[in-house]
Design a protein around this ligand. Structure first.
Ligand code: 5AD
Ligand code: SF4
Length: 447
Protein backbone atom coordinates (compact mmCIF):
# COMPACT_ATOMS: atom_id res chain seq x y z
CA UNK A 1 0.00 0.00 0.00
CA UNK A 2 3.03 2.24 -0.01
CA UNK A 3 2.15 3.56 -3.49
CA UNK A 4 -0.82 5.45 -2.08
CA UNK A 5 -0.34 9.20 -2.17
CA UNK A 6 0.53 10.61 1.25
CA UNK A 7 -2.28 12.52 2.81
CA UNK A 8 -1.99 14.87 5.73
CA UNK A 9 -4.00 14.07 8.84
CA UNK A 10 -4.35 16.55 11.67
CA UNK A 11 -6.01 15.36 14.87
CA UNK A 12 -6.74 17.71 17.73
CA UNK A 13 -7.56 15.97 20.98
CA UNK A 14 -9.58 17.44 23.83
CA UNK A 15 -10.29 15.95 27.24
CA UNK A 16 -9.37 12.71 28.90
CA UNK A 17 -6.79 9.98 28.32
CA UNK A 18 -9.46 7.86 26.71
CA UNK A 19 -9.60 10.49 23.98
CA UNK A 20 -5.81 10.65 23.67
CA UNK A 21 -5.86 6.91 23.20
CA UNK A 22 -8.77 7.02 20.73
CA UNK A 23 -6.88 9.60 18.66
CA UNK A 24 -3.90 7.24 18.45
CA UNK A 25 -6.22 4.47 17.32
CA UNK A 26 -7.82 6.71 14.68
CA UNK A 27 -4.35 7.48 13.32
CA UNK A 28 -3.69 3.72 13.33
CA UNK A 29 -6.79 2.86 11.27
CA UNK A 30 -6.06 5.64 8.80
CA UNK A 31 -2.33 4.95 8.34
CA UNK A 32 -2.82 2.04 5.89
CA UNK A 33 -4.88 4.42 3.74
CA UNK A 34 -1.98 6.80 3.28
CA UNK A 35 -2.73 9.26 6.08
CA UNK A 36 0.31 10.53 7.94
CA UNK A 37 0.05 12.71 11.03
CA UNK A 38 0.73 16.38 10.48
CA UNK A 39 1.28 18.76 13.36
CA UNK A 40 -0.72 21.57 11.82
CA UNK A 41 -4.21 21.78 10.30
CA UNK A 42 -2.95 24.09 7.53
CA UNK A 43 -3.21 22.28 4.24
CA UNK A 44 -4.39 19.03 5.91
CA UNK A 45 -6.47 16.61 3.84
CA UNK A 46 -8.34 15.47 6.90
CA UNK A 47 -8.89 17.34 10.15
CA UNK A 48 -10.33 15.38 13.06
CA UNK A 49 -11.41 17.16 16.22
CA UNK A 50 -11.66 14.51 18.91
CA UNK A 51 -13.91 16.29 21.33
CA UNK A 52 -14.84 16.36 24.99
CA UNK A 53 -18.27 17.18 26.38
CA UNK A 54 -17.61 16.91 30.08
CA UNK A 55 -17.69 20.63 30.79
CA UNK A 56 -19.44 23.34 28.82
CA UNK A 57 -16.20 25.18 28.12
CA UNK A 58 -14.82 22.09 26.42
CA UNK A 59 -17.78 22.02 24.01
CA UNK A 60 -17.53 25.72 23.22
CA UNK A 61 -13.81 25.36 22.46
CA UNK A 62 -14.71 22.82 19.78
CA UNK A 63 -17.05 25.24 18.02
CA UNK A 64 -14.50 28.03 18.01
CA UNK A 65 -11.82 25.66 16.69
CA UNK A 66 -14.26 24.60 13.96
CA UNK A 67 -14.57 28.23 12.93
CA UNK A 68 -10.78 28.44 12.51
CA UNK A 69 -10.57 25.17 10.58
CA UNK A 70 -13.40 26.27 8.31
CA UNK A 71 -11.26 29.22 7.17
CA UNK A 72 -8.44 26.80 6.30
CA UNK A 73 -10.86 24.60 4.40
CA UNK A 74 -12.08 27.56 2.36
CA UNK A 75 -8.49 28.66 1.63
CA UNK A 76 -7.63 25.14 0.52
CA UNK A 77 -10.70 24.92 -1.73
CA UNK A 78 -9.78 28.26 -3.33
CA UNK A 79 -6.37 26.81 -4.12
CA UNK A 80 -8.08 23.82 -5.77
CA UNK A 81 -7.61 21.42 -2.87
CA UNK A 82 -9.94 19.60 -0.58
CA UNK A 83 -10.16 19.27 3.19
CA UNK A 84 -12.47 16.94 5.09
CA UNK A 85 -13.50 17.97 8.57
CA UNK A 86 -14.59 15.28 11.00
CA UNK A 87 -15.84 15.73 14.54
CA UNK A 88 -15.32 12.70 16.77
CA UNK A 89 -15.63 12.02 20.50
CA UNK A 90 -18.21 12.91 23.08
CA UNK A 91 -19.47 16.18 21.58
CA UNK A 92 -20.17 14.18 18.41
CA UNK A 93 -21.94 11.56 20.49
CA UNK A 94 -23.99 14.08 22.45
CA UNK A 95 -24.88 16.54 19.72
CA UNK A 96 -24.81 14.35 16.60
CA UNK A 97 -26.20 16.01 13.51
CA UNK A 98 -26.75 19.24 15.46
CA UNK A 99 -23.04 19.96 14.86
CA UNK A 100 -23.53 19.85 11.09
CA UNK A 101 -26.40 22.29 11.39
CA UNK A 102 -24.40 24.68 13.53
CA UNK A 103 -21.16 24.42 11.52
CA UNK A 104 -21.77 23.72 7.84
CA UNK A 105 -18.07 23.07 7.11
CA UNK A 106 -18.27 19.76 8.99
CA UNK A 107 -18.36 16.73 6.66
CA UNK A 108 -18.50 13.92 9.14
CA UNK A 109 -19.64 13.38 12.71
CA UNK A 110 -18.57 10.13 14.28
CA UNK A 111 -19.22 8.68 17.74
CA UNK A 112 -16.64 6.76 19.79
CA UNK A 113 -18.22 3.43 18.87
CA UNK A 114 -17.58 3.81 15.14
CA UNK A 115 -13.90 4.73 14.77
CA UNK A 116 -13.09 1.51 12.94
CA UNK A 117 -15.43 2.76 10.17
CA UNK A 118 -13.47 6.00 9.66
CA UNK A 119 -11.71 4.95 6.41
CA UNK A 120 -15.00 3.86 4.86
CA UNK A 121 -16.81 7.02 5.92
CA UNK A 122 -14.01 9.26 4.68
CA UNK A 123 -13.95 7.46 1.35
CA UNK A 124 -17.69 8.05 1.07
CA UNK A 125 -17.32 11.72 1.93
CA UNK A 126 -14.61 12.01 -0.76
CA UNK A 127 -16.60 10.17 -3.43
CA UNK A 128 -19.76 12.11 -3.00
CA UNK A 129 -18.63 15.66 -2.38
CA UNK A 130 -21.26 17.37 -0.38
CA UNK A 131 -22.50 14.19 1.24
CA UNK A 132 -22.39 14.85 4.92
CA UNK A 133 -22.35 11.88 7.23
CA UNK A 134 -23.31 11.14 10.80
CA UNK A 135 -22.13 7.68 11.83
CA UNK A 136 -24.20 5.37 13.97
CA UNK A 137 -23.92 5.90 17.63
CA UNK A 138 -25.04 2.48 18.88
CA UNK A 139 -22.61 0.47 20.93
CA UNK A 140 -20.62 -1.80 18.68
CA UNK A 141 -17.60 -3.96 19.29
CA UNK A 142 -15.30 -1.25 18.08
CA UNK A 143 -12.16 -2.63 19.70
CA UNK A 144 -11.97 -5.88 17.85
CA UNK A 145 -12.47 -4.21 14.49
CA UNK A 146 -9.45 -1.97 14.92
CA UNK A 147 -6.13 -3.21 13.55
CA UNK A 148 -4.19 -5.30 16.05
CA UNK A 149 -0.81 -4.13 14.75
CA UNK A 150 -1.21 -0.61 15.96
CA UNK A 151 2.04 1.27 16.25
CA UNK A 152 2.65 2.38 19.78
CA UNK A 153 3.92 5.90 20.22
CA UNK A 154 6.72 4.94 22.58
CA UNK A 155 7.60 2.86 25.62
CA UNK A 156 4.31 3.60 27.33
CA UNK A 157 0.88 2.88 25.90
CA UNK A 158 -2.77 3.17 26.79
CA UNK A 159 -4.91 0.09 26.60
CA UNK A 160 -8.68 0.41 26.83
CA UNK A 161 -10.16 -2.35 28.95
CA UNK A 162 -13.54 -0.92 29.83
CA UNK A 163 -15.85 1.76 28.51
CA UNK A 164 -18.93 3.49 29.74
CA UNK A 165 -20.23 4.17 33.21
CA UNK A 166 -23.30 3.00 35.15
CA UNK A 167 -22.73 5.29 38.14
CA UNK A 168 -24.74 8.32 37.02
CA UNK A 169 -23.14 11.02 39.14
CA UNK A 170 -25.68 13.83 38.85
CA UNK A 171 -23.22 16.30 37.27
CA UNK A 172 -21.78 13.99 34.65
CA UNK A 173 -22.55 13.37 30.97
CA UNK A 174 -20.37 10.26 30.62
CA UNK A 175 -23.13 7.68 31.25
CA UNK A 176 -25.09 9.37 28.45
CA UNK A 177 -22.24 9.94 25.99
CA UNK A 178 -20.22 6.77 26.54
CA UNK A 179 -23.13 4.54 27.48
CA UNK A 180 -23.38 1.52 29.76
CA UNK A 181 -20.36 -0.21 31.24
CA UNK A 182 -18.77 -2.71 28.93
CA UNK A 183 -15.61 -4.72 29.69
CA UNK A 184 -13.39 -6.34 27.08
CA UNK A 185 -12.49 -10.01 27.50
CA UNK A 186 -9.26 -10.44 29.48
CA UNK A 187 -7.81 -12.72 26.77
CA UNK A 188 -8.15 -9.99 24.12
CA UNK A 189 -6.54 -7.45 26.44
CA UNK A 190 -3.70 -9.81 27.22
CA UNK A 191 -3.13 -10.44 23.51
CA UNK A 192 -3.02 -6.73 22.83
CA UNK A 193 -0.63 -6.16 25.73
CA UNK A 194 1.69 -8.89 24.39
CA UNK A 195 1.68 -7.30 20.97
CA UNK A 196 2.45 -3.88 22.50
CA UNK A 197 5.35 -5.35 24.47
CA UNK A 198 6.66 -7.00 21.31
CA UNK A 199 6.79 -3.49 19.83
CA UNK A 200 8.82 -2.11 22.72
CA UNK A 201 6.19 -1.00 25.23
CA UNK A 202 7.28 -1.36 28.90
CA UNK A 203 4.35 0.29 30.64
CA UNK A 204 0.63 0.10 30.00
CA UNK A 205 -2.07 2.29 31.45
CA UNK A 206 -5.36 0.42 31.49
CA UNK A 207 -8.13 2.80 30.60
CA UNK A 208 -11.78 2.88 31.48
CA UNK A 209 -14.28 5.51 32.54
CA UNK A 210 -14.93 3.38 35.61
CA UNK A 211 -11.92 1.12 35.29
CA UNK A 212 -12.12 -0.67 38.61
CA UNK A 213 -15.65 -1.81 37.80
CA UNK A 214 -13.93 -3.92 35.12
CA UNK A 215 -15.35 -7.45 34.98
CA UNK A 216 -15.05 -9.45 31.81
CA UNK A 217 -17.68 -11.89 30.51
CA UNK A 218 -15.87 -14.73 32.36
CA UNK A 219 -15.88 -12.86 35.64
CA UNK A 220 -12.23 -11.76 35.57
CA UNK A 221 -11.88 -8.55 37.62
CA UNK A 222 -9.24 -5.81 37.46
CA UNK A 223 -7.03 -7.42 40.13
CA UNK A 224 -6.79 -10.71 38.25
CA UNK A 225 -6.30 -8.89 34.97
CA UNK A 226 -3.35 -7.02 36.51
CA UNK A 227 -1.90 -10.30 37.81
CA UNK A 228 -2.20 -11.81 34.33
CA UNK A 229 -0.61 -8.85 32.59
CA UNK A 230 2.19 -8.70 35.17
CA UNK A 231 3.27 -12.17 34.02
CA UNK A 232 3.99 -10.94 30.47
CA UNK A 233 7.79 -10.91 30.13
CA UNK A 234 9.01 -7.39 29.41
CA UNK A 235 5.92 -5.62 30.74
CA UNK A 236 7.37 -3.81 33.73
CA UNK A 237 4.71 -1.36 34.79
CA UNK A 238 0.94 -1.34 34.99
CA UNK A 239 -1.28 1.60 35.82
CA UNK A 240 -5.01 2.06 35.57
CA UNK A 241 -7.38 5.00 35.47
CA UNK A 242 -10.03 6.25 36.36
CA UNK A 243 -11.23 4.52 39.51
CA UNK A 244 -14.39 5.00 41.52
CA UNK A 245 -13.86 4.82 45.30
CA UNK A 246 -16.94 2.60 45.73
CA UNK A 247 -15.52 0.01 43.32
CA UNK A 248 -12.18 -0.44 45.07
CA UNK A 249 -12.64 -4.04 46.18
CA UNK A 250 -10.44 -6.04 48.56
CA UNK A 251 -8.95 -8.09 45.75
CA UNK A 252 -7.70 -4.96 44.00
CA UNK A 253 -6.27 -3.68 47.29
CA UNK A 254 -4.49 -7.04 47.75
CA UNK A 255 -3.15 -6.84 44.20
CA UNK A 256 -1.44 -3.56 45.10
CA UNK A 257 0.43 -5.40 47.86
CA UNK A 258 1.28 -8.45 45.71
CA UNK A 259 1.86 -7.26 42.18
CA UNK A 260 5.14 -5.42 41.89
CA UNK A 261 4.30 -4.12 38.42
CA UNK A 262 1.24 -2.25 39.73
CA UNK A 263 2.59 1.24 40.22
CA UNK A 264 2.13 2.94 43.59
CA UNK A 265 0.07 5.80 42.23
CA UNK A 266 -3.68 5.92 42.11
CA UNK A 267 -6.09 8.45 40.65
CA UNK A 268 -9.10 8.18 42.96
CA UNK A 269 -11.54 11.04 42.44
CA UNK A 270 -13.47 12.19 45.50
CA UNK A 271 -15.12 15.35 44.00
CA UNK A 272 -16.10 16.85 47.39
CA UNK A 273 -15.34 16.58 51.08
CA UNK A 274 -18.94 17.17 52.19
CA UNK A 275 -21.32 14.24 52.67
CA UNK A 276 -24.29 16.43 51.85
CA UNK A 277 -22.78 17.34 48.47
CA UNK A 278 -21.56 13.80 47.79
CA UNK A 279 -25.14 12.63 48.32
CA UNK A 280 -26.52 15.25 45.95
CA UNK A 281 -23.86 14.18 43.46
CA UNK A 282 -25.03 10.55 43.79
CA UNK A 283 -21.43 9.56 44.36
CA UNK A 284 -22.23 6.35 46.27
CA UNK A 285 -19.47 7.04 48.79
CA UNK A 286 -19.14 9.25 51.84
CA UNK A 287 -16.14 11.10 53.21
CA UNK A 288 -15.71 8.27 55.70
CA UNK A 289 -15.83 5.48 53.12
CA UNK A 290 -13.41 7.42 50.90
CA UNK A 291 -10.95 7.86 53.78
CA UNK A 292 -11.38 4.18 54.60
CA UNK A 293 -10.54 3.27 50.97
CA UNK A 294 -7.42 5.45 51.17
CA UNK A 295 -6.44 3.78 54.44
CA UNK A 296 -6.93 0.27 52.99
CA UNK A 297 -4.87 0.93 49.91
CA UNK A 298 -2.12 2.70 51.83
CA UNK A 299 -1.96 -0.23 54.24
CA UNK A 300 -1.40 -2.54 51.25
CA UNK A 301 1.14 -0.25 49.62
CA UNK A 302 2.52 2.28 52.11
CA UNK A 303 4.36 4.37 49.51
CA UNK A 304 1.24 4.81 47.37
CA UNK A 305 0.64 8.36 46.14
CA UNK A 306 -2.83 9.64 45.38
CA UNK A 307 -4.40 12.04 42.98
CA UNK A 308 -8.00 13.12 42.71
CA UNK A 309 -10.63 15.19 40.94
CA UNK A 310 -12.56 17.95 42.67
CA UNK A 311 -15.59 19.96 41.67
CA UNK A 312 -16.21 23.31 43.37
CA UNK A 313 -19.51 25.15 43.29
CA UNK A 314 -21.81 22.16 42.86
CA UNK A 315 -25.45 23.34 43.33
CA UNK A 316 -26.13 24.01 46.99
CA UNK A 317 -22.46 24.00 48.04
CA UNK A 318 -22.11 26.25 51.09
CA UNK A 319 -18.95 27.78 52.52
CA UNK A 320 -18.99 25.03 55.13
CA UNK A 321 -19.23 22.32 52.45
CA UNK A 322 -16.31 23.88 50.63
CA UNK A 323 -14.25 24.15 53.82
CA UNK A 324 -14.95 20.43 54.37
CA UNK A 325 -13.39 19.74 50.96
CA UNK A 326 -10.28 21.70 51.93
CA UNK A 327 -10.24 19.72 55.19
CA UNK A 328 -10.34 16.43 53.30
CA UNK A 329 -7.43 17.55 51.12
CA UNK A 330 -5.44 18.39 54.27
CA UNK A 331 -6.28 15.02 55.79
CA UNK A 332 -5.41 12.89 52.77
CA UNK A 333 -2.49 14.73 51.17
CA UNK A 334 -2.45 14.43 47.39
CA UNK A 335 0.50 14.14 45.03
CA UNK A 336 -1.51 15.95 42.37
CA UNK A 337 -5.12 16.80 41.57
CA UNK A 338 -7.46 18.08 38.90
CA UNK A 339 -10.07 20.60 39.94
CA UNK A 340 -12.96 22.16 38.13
CA UNK A 341 -15.73 24.66 38.59
CA UNK A 342 -19.07 22.93 38.41
CA UNK A 343 -20.38 23.24 34.84
CA UNK A 344 -24.05 22.73 34.05
CA UNK A 345 -24.51 19.94 31.53
CA UNK A 346 -27.96 19.93 29.93
CA UNK A 347 -29.85 16.70 30.57
CA UNK A 348 -28.00 15.83 33.78
CA UNK A 349 -29.95 15.96 37.07
CA UNK A 350 -27.69 18.60 38.66
CA UNK A 351 -28.34 21.03 35.81
CA UNK A 352 -31.89 21.58 37.05
CA UNK A 353 -31.10 21.60 40.77
CA UNK A 354 -31.81 24.73 42.81
CA UNK A 355 -28.99 26.59 44.50
CA UNK A 356 -26.75 27.08 41.46
CA UNK A 357 -23.61 28.88 42.62
CA UNK A 358 -22.41 32.25 41.45
CA UNK A 359 -19.52 32.20 38.98
CA UNK A 360 -17.48 34.55 41.16
CA UNK A 361 -17.85 32.26 44.16
CA UNK A 362 -16.79 29.28 42.06
CA UNK A 363 -13.74 31.18 40.83
CA UNK A 364 -12.69 32.10 44.33
CA UNK A 365 -13.18 28.59 45.69
CA UNK A 366 -11.29 27.06 42.79
CA UNK A 367 -8.33 29.37 43.36
CA UNK A 368 -8.19 28.47 47.05
CA UNK A 369 -8.46 24.76 46.36
CA UNK A 370 -5.81 24.88 43.65
CA UNK A 371 -3.41 26.80 45.88
CA UNK A 372 -3.74 24.04 48.48
CA UNK A 373 -3.25 21.11 46.10
CA UNK A 374 -0.37 22.87 44.38
CA UNK A 375 1.37 23.29 47.72
CA UNK A 376 0.83 19.58 48.39
CA UNK A 377 2.15 18.68 44.95
CA UNK A 378 5.27 20.81 45.48
CA UNK A 379 5.83 19.24 48.90
CA UNK A 380 5.39 15.76 47.45
CA UNK A 381 7.91 16.50 44.70
CA UNK A 382 10.37 18.10 47.13
CA UNK A 383 10.15 15.02 49.37
CA UNK A 384 11.71 12.95 46.58
CA UNK A 385 14.95 14.93 46.62
CA UNK A 386 17.77 12.73 47.88
CA UNK A 387 15.85 9.52 47.17
CA UNK A 388 16.77 7.00 44.53
CA UNK A 389 13.81 6.22 42.26
CA UNK A 390 13.39 3.68 39.50
CA UNK A 391 12.81 5.71 36.35
CA UNK A 392 11.37 4.36 33.13
CA UNK A 393 13.23 6.33 30.45
CA UNK A 394 10.70 7.43 27.84
CA UNK A 395 12.11 9.95 25.41
CA UNK A 396 14.96 12.31 24.57
CA UNK A 397 15.10 15.56 26.52
CA UNK A 398 15.14 19.02 25.00
CA UNK A 399 18.95 19.13 24.83
CA UNK A 400 21.29 16.48 23.47
CA UNK A 401 22.54 14.15 26.15
CA UNK A 402 19.32 14.48 28.15
CA UNK A 403 16.50 12.04 28.61
CA UNK A 404 13.09 12.24 30.26
CA UNK A 405 11.50 9.42 32.19
CA UNK A 406 8.78 8.73 34.74
CA UNK A 407 9.01 7.92 38.39
CA UNK A 408 6.72 5.25 39.86
CA UNK A 409 4.56 8.19 41.01
CA UNK A 410 4.12 9.47 37.45
CA UNK A 411 6.44 12.45 37.93
CA UNK A 412 8.46 13.49 34.88
CA UNK A 413 12.17 13.15 35.66
CA UNK A 414 14.83 14.94 33.60
CA UNK A 415 18.36 13.64 33.67
CA UNK A 416 21.60 13.44 31.74
CA UNK A 417 21.72 10.21 29.81
CA UNK A 418 22.07 8.65 26.38
CA UNK A 419 19.01 7.96 24.23
CA UNK A 420 19.89 4.25 24.16
CA UNK A 421 18.49 4.19 27.70
CA UNK A 422 14.99 4.76 26.31
CA UNK A 423 12.87 1.80 27.32
CA UNK A 424 15.09 0.92 30.31
CA UNK A 425 14.23 1.23 33.96
CA UNK A 426 17.18 2.78 35.76
CA UNK A 427 17.87 3.98 39.29
CA UNK A 428 18.09 7.76 39.45
CA UNK A 429 19.02 9.91 42.42
CA UNK A 430 16.67 12.85 42.61
CA UNK A 431 18.58 16.11 42.97
CA UNK A 432 15.95 18.75 42.27
CA UNK A 433 12.21 19.28 42.33
CA UNK A 434 9.94 21.77 40.60
CA UNK A 435 6.18 22.07 40.56
CA UNK A 436 5.69 19.71 37.61
CA UNK A 437 8.87 17.70 37.33
CA UNK A 438 12.02 16.39 39.00
CA UNK A 439 15.64 16.39 37.99
CA UNK A 440 17.87 13.43 38.69
CA UNK A 441 21.28 11.87 38.26
CA UNK A 442 21.75 8.36 36.96
CA UNK A 443 22.82 6.35 39.97
CA UNK A 444 24.91 3.94 37.92
CA UNK A 445 27.27 4.47 35.05
CA UNK A 446 25.30 2.64 32.37
CA UNK A 447 27.04 2.05 29.09
N1 5AD B 1 -18.69 20.10 35.90
C1 5AD B 1 -17.42 20.16 36.40
N2 5AD B 1 -16.59 19.11 36.43
C2 5AD B 1 -17.05 17.95 35.95
N3 5AD B 1 -16.46 16.74 35.85
C3 5AD B 1 -17.33 15.90 35.28
N4 5AD B 1 -18.48 16.53 34.99
C4 5AD B 1 -18.33 17.81 35.41
C5 5AD B 1 -19.17 18.94 35.40
N5 5AD B 1 -20.42 18.90 34.92
C6 5AD B 1 -15.13 16.46 36.36
C7 5AD B 1 -15.18 15.44 37.49
C8 5AD B 1 -14.64 14.19 36.85
C9 5AD B 1 -13.67 14.77 35.85
C10 5AD B 1 -13.27 13.85 34.74
O1 5AD B 1 -14.34 15.90 35.32
O2 5AD B 1 -14.33 15.87 38.54
O3 5AD B 1 -14.03 13.30 37.78
FE1 SF4 C 1 -19.05 10.41 35.44
FE2 SF4 C 1 -19.45 9.56 37.93
FE3 SF4 C 1 -19.18 7.78 35.94
FE4 SF4 C 1 -17.05 9.20 36.74
S1 SF4 C 1 -18.20 7.70 38.00
S2 SF4 C 1 -17.71 8.83 34.64
S3 SF4 C 1 -17.98 11.16 37.28
S4 SF4 C 1 -20.85 9.25 36.20
Amino acid sequence: MTELPRKKLFIKTYGCQMNVHDSERMADVLRPFGYAISDTPDDADLVVLNTCHIREKATEKVYSELGRVKALKIAKAEAGGEMIIAVAGCVAQAEGEEIMKRQTAVDLVIGPQSYHRLPELIARAHRARGERLAADFEAEEKFDALPADRQPAGVTAFLTIQEGCDRFCTFCVVPYTRGAEFSRPAAAIEAEARSLVARGVREVTLLGQNVNAYRDPDGVGLADLARRLARIPGLARIRYTTSHPADLDDDLVRAHAEVEALMPYLHLPVQSGSDRILKAMNRAHTVETYLKAVERIRAARPDLALSSDFIVGFPGETDADFEATLGLIQDVGFASAFSFKYSRRPGTPAASMGGQIDEAVKTERLARLQALVEAQQRAFNAAQVGRSLQILVERPGRHTGQVIGRSPYLQAVHCEGATNLIGSIVPVTIVGAAHNSLTGRLALELA
